[in-house]
Design a binder for this molecule. Structure first.
Ligand code: NAD
Ligand code: ZN
Ligand code: ZN
Length: 381
């Protein structure tokens, strides 16, 4: 029996209010409207940003309306398409994306940025182009996190925020390209433009940080220093290419002084993958004067970073990156190819697989530092 054009009733993890665990609920997912695609979500990663929106909203994160379905690092299969959708058909394997790529605007046409603003304001507010969400629960509208909401068995996203990927891609692996791995890898490759034989320091060795280490290694950096307060992360970081791993808690002086000493003046590239202004400053101060570059990938929306103007004047560069600089819809299929061609690791990031009903455990594992990425399967019970 076809579901095309009908409301689909399915399971989703609903965040009813900030600071409370997610609840598995039956939700209604409306058919896609013009330029929208309804996706059967097969697998989703659980990213630090999901946790932050749930537990830090109104603190490090701006307030967003609840109830909400979180999740933005996923892969699935097109179930149906709305009017005027030309690039997708039912059965296509896809990765929904929190960053759009319309392919037509000034920003999409410029090689300088990946910040397409198509539907931006609405997606940030948790709704689609017409100002409403396609998900409801108990008669109430449920907002769509960054316009994606992958903690639901079905979701509807704008066609400018969906990457069509090759049919042989394993969805339970390539879902990680929807956020964390692409972000960290691109932070090194695109934003940092890390060079051969350079020295690098990566602050925070979660999925984003390990992917940054992977990017530095692919760029053939000579030295890659991993920095984390959780030494359990070091073994994996070394597997990804870190040459040294240091724990700020092992030193009485600030970690930037340790990095500067270890490298005889500072690293060529420092990448912040934690999301804390204090660590952003430490990363910046770890870079060498004259040409050191600091890339901020960690996410905070309300906090302010302070830096020494003198250190900036001495020739350092400070840059931020959103989704690793990748032009989402256009570049993600190429990253899938790189994974399929063994140029990019994904399996090594996955430390746990859980069904949707155990999604709160995925948050616990992330916060306690026991997991890198948990992949949640949406269609298994
Ligand atoms: P994670 O929680 O898996 O990893 C964070 C790591 O930082 C952990 O290993 C933790 O031990 C370490 N850490 C905490 N405090 C530290 C300190 N004082 N010094 C050194 N290390 C410390 O998170 P993740 O999913 O890898 O995400 C990392 C950051 O990237 C988050 O802020 C997330 O919101 C952000 N992010 C940004 C983008 C983007 O587009 N820019 C995309 C995805 C995620
Ligand atoms: Zn994310
Ligand atoms: Zn655009």
């Amino acid at each position: 029996m076809t579901t095309v054009g009908k409301v689909i009733t399915c399971k989703a993890a609903v965040a009813w209010e900030p600071g409370k665990p997610l609840c598995i609920e039956e939700v209604e997912v409306a058919p896609p409207k013009a330029h929208e695609v309804r996706i059967k979500v097969v697998a989703t990663g659980v990213c630090h940003t999901d946790w932050e929106y749930l537990f830090e909203t109104g603190k490090g994160m701006k307030f967003r309306p609840f109830p909400l379905v979180l999740g933005h690092e996923a892969a699935g299969i097109v179930e149906s398409t709305g009017p005027e959708v030309t690039r997708f058909s039912p059965g296509d394997k896809v990765i929904p994306l929190f960053l759009p790529y319309c392919g037509e605007c000034e920003r999409c046409l410029s090689p300088k940025t990946n910040h397409c603003k198509k539907n931006w304001t609405n997606m940030q507010a948790g709704v689609l182009a017409d100002g409403t969400s396609r998900i409801s629960c108990k008669g109430q509208q449920v907002y769509q996190f960054l316009g994606v909401s992958s903690f639901s068995q079905y979701t509807v996203v704008p066609d400018t925020s969906v990457a069509k990927i090759r049919s042989d891609a394993p969805l339970d692996k390539v879902c990680l390209l929807g956020c964390g791995v692409s972000t960290g890898y691109g932070a090194a490759i695109n934003a940092g433009k890390v060079e051969k034989d350079s020295s690098c320091a990566v602050f925070g060795l979660g999925a984003v940080g390990l992917a940054a280490v992977m990017g530095c290694k692919v760029a053939m950096a000579r030295r890659i220093i991993g920095v984390d307060i959780n030494p359990d992360k070091f073994e994996k970081a070394r597997q990804f290419g870190a040459t040294d791993c240091i724990n700020p808690r092992d030193y009485s002086k600030p970690i930037q002084e340790v990095v500067v000493e270890k490298t005889g003046g500072g690293v060529d590239y420092a990448l912040e993958c934690v999301g804390s202004p204090a660590i952003m400053n430490a990363a910046f101060e770890s870079t060498r004067d004259a040409w050191g570059t600091c890339i901020i990938a960690g996410w905070t929306e309300t906090e302010v970073m302070s830096i020494s103007v003198e250190k900036l004047l001495m020739g350092r560069t400070l840059k931020g990156t959103y989704f690793g600089g990748w032009k989402s819809v256009k570049d993600v299929p190429k990253l899938v190819d790189d994974y399929m061609n063994h140029k990019l690791k994904l399996d090594e990031f996955i430390t746990e697989k859980l069904p949707l009903v155990q999604i709160n455990k995925a948050f616990d594992l992330l916060k306690s530092g026991k997991s890198i990425r948990t992949v949640v399967s949406l269609q298994d019970s």
